[in-house]
Design a binder for this molecule. Structure first.
Ligand SMILES: *[C@@H]1O[C@H](CO)[C@@H](O)[C@H](O)[C@H]1NC(C)=O
Ligand SMILES: *[C@@H]1O[C@H](CO)[C@@H](O)[C@H](O)[C@H]1NC(C)=O
Length: 361
C-alpha cells in the first residue's frame, strides 16, 4: 500500500512539484445541487457528492461547512469542502440505464467510490512556494456547462477531459469528448478548475465569472493571471474513475457504432462534463499546505480511508437511482447506495430525465 502510494506520487512528480493529492470517498449520490439549484430537492440531475457531511439542499455562504459538518469523507480530516460531479450511466441495447460503478485510484484502493482531489500550488520550475492564495470561507465555483453538447461549446473550458484508461496508470491521450472505443481499465473524467480569482467575489451568478484561466500560457507553465482576475489560486483538480470495463463486450455496445455511456444530465457526448466546489477547509489549513509545498503534509490532520468511508449521508432525496426496489433490510441510509449498486438491473430512464436524452436544463 505504502509503496503503491509512493508510485502514484512519483507518477505525478514528473510534471508537478509537491501537491496535495488525496482521496475523498462518496458521501452521497442524489439529485441535489446547492450551487446551481439551491433549495430545490430534487434538483434536475443526479450527482455524486464527496467531502463534509454539511452538504445540504441550501448551503449559506455565511455558515461555512467547518462550522456545520461533523465528519468528512476526505483523508485530510480538516477538509469539509464539498466536491461533486455528474454520475455516469451505461445505456443497454434494450434501452435500460445501468449506473456505472466506480473504481479506486492508484494508492487509494480502499476508498468507497468518490474521487481523487488535487490542489497544486505551482508546477516544477515554474513559480514557487507562497505564490497562491487559498480560497476564503464562503468561496464556491463551478466549471463546465451541463447543457453543452458540442466540441465548439466545450472548448471554452480548456481542462475538462476524459482519459481512456488502458491501465490504472494511463495519463495520456485526454479528450474533450467521451472515448469512442471501449477503455480496458475504465474511463477517468478529469475536472480542472480555473486558477485566477477576481480577489473580491466569493461567488457570482453563473458561479464562474469570479474565476478565470491565465491571460496567456497556462497554470502549468506559470502564465500570468489577467488584470481582471489578478489573484492566483491553487489549481483544484478532480479525477473520477468509472469502471466501464464490465460493459466493454462488443455485443453490449450500440449496433450503430456509437458509444453507450451517458452522463446523468442526459449527455452522451461528454461535452457537458462539469464539476462543482464549495470551499470548506478548516481555519487556514489549505493555505498552510500551499505555502509549505508539502505532499503528504504532516502538518495537516489526516484520517484513514476507512474512516473517510464511514462518513455517509444524510440522503435528502430518496428515489430509485439504480432501478431496483429497496429491501427493508437495506433501508439504513448507510447501506442504500452499496446495496443498490450490487442489485442493479437497469432503469427505464435516468432520474429526472425523459428517456430520449434530448433534455436540456
Ligand atoms: C440541512 O438544512 C436543514 C434546513 O435548514 C437543517 O434543518 C439541517 O440540519 C441541515 N442538515 C445538515 C446536515 O446540515
Ligand atoms: C436490459 O439489458 C441489460 C444489459 O444487457 C440487462 O442487465 C437488463 O436486465 C435488461 N433489462 C431488461 C428489462 O430486460
Amino acid at each position: 500500500m505504502h509503496i503503491r502510494f509512493l508510485a502514484a506520487v512519483a507518477l505525478t512528480a514528473s510534471t508537478a512539484s509537491a501537491l496535495l493529492r488525496f482521496s475523498c470517498s462518496q458521501l452521497v449520490v442524489e439529485r441535489l445541487d446547492p450551487l446551481v439549484n439551491p433549495g430545490m430537492a430534487p434538483s434536475p440531475h443526479l450527482h455524486q457528492i464527496v467531502g463534509g457531511n454539511a452538504f445540504n439542499v441550501t448551503m449559506d455562504p455565511a455558515t461555512p461547512p467547518p462550522s456545520q459538518a461533523t465528519c468528512t469523507t476526505c483523508t485530510f480530516a480538516d477538509d469539509f469542502s464539498n466536491y461533486w460531479t455528474a454520475i455516469l450511466y451505461f445505456r443497454a441495447r434494450n434501452g435500460s440505464f445501468i449506473r456505472v460503478p466506480q473504481k479506486p485510484n492508484m494508492g487509494f484502493e480502499a476508498a468507497n467510490g468518490g474521487m481523487t482531489v488535487y490542489y497544486t500550488p505551482f508546477f516544477t520550475g515554474r513559480g514557487g512556494p507562497g505564490t497562491v492564495t487559498a480560497f476564503r470561507p464562503g468561496f464556491r465555483m463551478l466549471i463546465g456547462k451541463q447543457e453543452y453538447r458540442t466540441r465548439e461549446e466545450a472548448s471554452r473550458f480548456r481542462q475538462l477531459t476524459y482519459t481512456c484508461l488502458q491501465n490504472i496508470l494511463t495519463r495520456t491521450g485526454e479528450t474533450l469528448d467521451m472515448p469512442k472505443r471501449p477503455c480496458p481499465a475504465g474511463i477517468m473524467s478529469n475536472v480542472r478548475f480555473p486558477t485566477c480569482w477576481d480577489g473580491k467575489n466569493l461567488d457570482t451568478p453563473d458561479h464562474m465569472a469570479h474565476v478565470a484561466y491565465p491571460a496567456s500560457g497556462t497554470f502549468e507553465n506559470n502564465g500570468p493571471c489577467p488584470a481582471s482576475h489578478p489573484v492566483k489560486i491553487p489549481q483544484l483538480f478532480f479525477e473520477v474513475i468509472w469502471d466501464t470495463s464490465k460493459f466493454n463486450a462488443k455485443d453490449l455496445w450500440p449496433e450503430d457504432g456509437s458509444q453507450p455511456f451517458v452522463w446523468s444530465q442526459g449527455d452522451e457526448t461528454g461535452f457537458g462534463n462539469h464539476g462543482d466546489y464549495v470551499f470548506g477547509w478548516k481555519d487556514n489549513a489549505l493555505q498552510i499546505a500551499m505555502d509549505s509545498n508539502c505532499d503528504r503534509c504532516p502538518q495537516l490532520k489526516s484520517q484513514s480511508l476507512a474512516t473517510g468511508n464511514k462518513c455517509i449521508g444524510p440522503l435528502h432525496v430518496r428515489e430509485k437511482i439504480d432501478g431496483c426496489k429497496l429491501l427493508p433490510l437495506f433501508q439504513s441510509q448507510n447501506d442504500v447506495a452499496r446495496a443498490m449498486l450490487t442489485m442493479s438491473v437497469g432503469l427505464d430512464a435516468i432520474p429526472g430525465l425523459t428517456p430520449d436524452l434530448k433534455y436540456r436544463n
